[in-house]
Design a protein around this ligand. Structure first.
Ligand code: ZN
Length: 150
């Protein structure tokens, strides 16, 4: 195992044990619930959008280390991003996980999930929070959308 792999493992473990931006936010402008039946991961994403900019984003839920670490790192990556930038990050993240492309610089810390491509079943764990986020971004009417990775 390379040093980089060790570092990546450490970041994922850290975020799964001590998730950032965990819990509800005051007055979310939208939210969505996601479920990955293959693994049993559940994630709720709440966000506050102002003029198409993500002002705040939090998550709640339970699941495997990959799903929780991914949700935690996602919330850190999104603050201050526009909807379009968030969508771009999701595309880059998805391409990284499915092996379609290498980690792009704008992914930053999200590159720690590059090893997940070796475990296709785990891709759904890592992308659950992102699918849930996209559902929340589409929702501006205050309705809670539900997504499933199947
Ligand atoms: Zn999982």
């Amino acid at each position: 195992m390379s040093d980089l792999d060790d570092l990546y493992q450490e970041i994922i473990l850290d975020h799964s044990k001590r998730p950032r931006n965990f819990g509800p936010i005051e007055g979310p402008s939208s939210k969505a619930e996601g479920y990955n039946p293959l693994c049993g991961d559940r994630v709720t994403v709440q966000l506050r959008l102002e003029n198409d900019v993500v002002k705040d984003v939090h998550f709640q839920g339970s699941g495997c280390a990959i799903s929780m670490a991914s949700a935690s790192l996602m919330t850190e990556s999104l603050k201050g991003k526009t909807k379009a930038e968030a969508e771009g990050l999701f595309q880059g993240f998805h391409e990284l996980l499915t092996g379609q492309s290498a980690a792009k610089p704008e992914l930053g810390k999200l590159a720690v999930f590059s090893g997940v491509r070796e475990y296709p079943i785990r891709v759904k764990c890592a992308t659950l929070a992102w699918h849930t986020l996209r559902a929340a971004l589409r929702d501006s009417e205050g309705q809670t959308r539900q997504v499933s990775t199947e």
